[in-house]
Design a protein around this ligand. Structure first.
Ligand code: ADP
Ligand code: ADP
Ligand code: ZN
Length: 214
């Protein structure tokens, strides 16, 4: 049960990852969540990453590859993991291949969630995220039961600095240039599952379950 969730910002990777955790009891490993925690804590990693994140650019490959190499060795990842937001470049994908080979394992499914740009902008401009657990909500499409409060953990919801329209457009451009080529890359390895992400959260989850064979 080693998964990669691939897809542009706003496709619903984080949302689907939470449902996958509940179904398969494997951890979500989100480089975005790890980097945001480092920025909040003011660690040297956070200081290095912050400028890139604020501009909607990618953090350098060596930084995120180092994070993943360490994280995949942890005990909770032994029976599987959901990579959310990594890899995002061809060099990251190649490095991941080497890391997994050294651990004697391989990716079972690369799930590519596909959504058009205008819908992505609608999703990202209305996104609210939990400060505590990283769960995503949307003011219209997926509102929390109580405004400003996470359904899952009662944490405080906030709007990310990079979820403003100008930065969103930049992130989508970066996705097209640097991350989209991974679809072709993983179609060659034969474990790519393409999912139409323009549908309800529940529908998309059913498609994922079906695509990976339950
Ligand atoms: P989204 O959920 O909107 O796709 P993420 O939370 O995954 O966004 O990422 C937020 C930011 O963190 C990115 O814009 C980028 O600056 C940085 N980041 C996250 N993952 C990576 C990665 N694998 N490589 C480089 N930068 C990353
Ligand atoms: P990603 O992790 O790919 O950047 P998120 O899971 O954070 O994306 O979702 C982006 C935004 O879109 C959030 O506000 C989320 O509540 C909302 N969202 C997720 N899936 C759907 C869906 N199927 N339909 C409408 N909105 C969605
Ligand atoms: Zn929460």
């Amino acid at each position: 049960m080693d998964f990669i969730l691939l897809g542009p910002p706003g496709a619903g990777k984080g949302t689907q990852a939470k449902l996958m955790i509940d179904k398969w009891s494997i951890p979500q490993i989100s480089t975005g969540d790890i980097l945001r925690a480092a920025v909040r804590e003011g660690t040297s990693l956070g200081v290095e990453a912050k400028g890139f994140m604020d501009r909607g650019e990618l953090v350098p490959d060596r930084v995120v590859i180092g994070i993943i190499a360490e994280r995949l060795k942890e005990k909770d990842a032994r029976k599987g993991f959901i990579l959310d937001g990594f890899p995002r470049t061809i060099p990251q994908a190649e490095a991941l291949g080497t890391i997994l080979q050294d651990l004697g394992r391989n990716i079972d499914h690369v799930i590519s969630i596909e959504v058009d740009e205008e819908e992505l902008v609608r999703r990202l401009t209305g996104r609210r995220m939990c400060k505590n657990c990283g769960e995503s909500f949307h003011v219209v499409f997926n509102p929390p039961a109580r405004e400003g409060v996470c359904d899952r953990c009662k944490g405080e919801l906030y709007q990310r600095d990079d979820d403003k329209e100008e930065t969103i457009r930049q992130r989508l451009a970066v996705y097209g240039q640097q991350t989209e080529p991974l679809i072709a890359y993983y179609s060659r390895t034969g474990n790519l599952r393409r999912i139409d992400g323009f549908s309800s959260i529940e529908d998309i989850f059913s498609r994922i379950v079906e695509a990976v064979g339950g």
